[in-house]
Design a protein around this ligand. Sequence first.
Ligand SMILES: [Zn+2]
Ligand SMILES: [Zn+2]
Length: 386
Amino acid sequence: MKKKVKAAVLEEPEKINIQEFPYPKLDESCILVKMEMSGICGTDKHLYKGENKFYVGTIRETTAPYPIIQGHENYGVVAELSQKGKKKLDFYGEELKVGDRVVMGCDVNCGTCYECRHGFGYNAWCRNFKTYGVTISCKNYPHLFGGWAEYMYITPDVDIYKVPDGLLPEEAVLTELIANTYALDKAKEFYAMPNEGFASMDTVLIQGVGPLGLVSAIKARILGAGNIIVFDKSEYRIEMCKKFGADYGVNVDKTSKKERIEIIKDLTKGRGPDVILDCIGIGEVFLEGLELLRNGGLFIEQGAHAETGETVAFSPHRHLLAKSARIIGMNNHPSWGYVPTMELMLKYKNQFPFSEIVTHKYKIDDAKKAIEKSMDLDTIKVVITP
Ligand SMILES: [Zn+2]
Ligand SMILES: [Zn+2]
């Protein structure tokens, strides 16, 4: 048995150090997962920059406590199961065994608060939530609550999902990310009302095609989008997105807002996109999206994941009432979305080379380099391996 477990610890903003923790003794019904791969997400970049306030202004407002072992997009192998307490089962009630390949639900909900009891389901509601790799400090034993480590300690309240045969590590590690595209499934639900939401062959505009924007384009295509238009600053990311099914790419650094309004009018017979996803989350992008949206169109905000203090000049008339805009915020994904997401990758892997979304790999020792690289625009998904 190993004596020590190596992990990358974000001790304070911009300060990552490699530390060793004791190999933990498992409490009742807990498991230990040997990490194989863990993704770097926008939330990790916020934490790294010191933007550690999430869900601000809500009952679940949280300040993430440093030091943290980051990593919430996690793929690994069951290394050890507690012999005491109830047997640890996967999400669908199947017994877990040593050697099972698994991904974990990073958000842990209490199951008993008002929001949990009312079955809101998307991991965006529980008021007593905690998130591995984000809101749990590694200060206290057993420390290992994030994926940028050799092992991760899984408590009994965590959802675990078995990875199907045939899914590569580079695909399994994308599960949590792609589960976030349930924002588009939500947009489909709004189509229950005539001419609202996301109908077949609707035009979808995605503002910002980093990892979330890119996988949203794939999901939009699979769900029956018509034209998919993407905006980004990075030619690399736009080209990558076209390879994965986007029809038109617009470089926002090479066009003015006025030009973009004209381009969108041309592509939508003057109407504007039916559905817009903001995967950036800065004020001017949000307002531009609302100005481009068609009358009665659906705007999904899913980029503004941390409180940065920025506010915008929102006009209740111009941006909302005048065009009967439908604006929804989606900050997370449903716990039942993981297995269908893995099945989606298996089903469509010949059409979409998902594993190519992982563009850069770094070892735990180089976690600082990894997170800094992930901020470059010539990357899509940067991952950390032990
Ligand atoms: Zn994330
Ligand atoms: Zn709850």
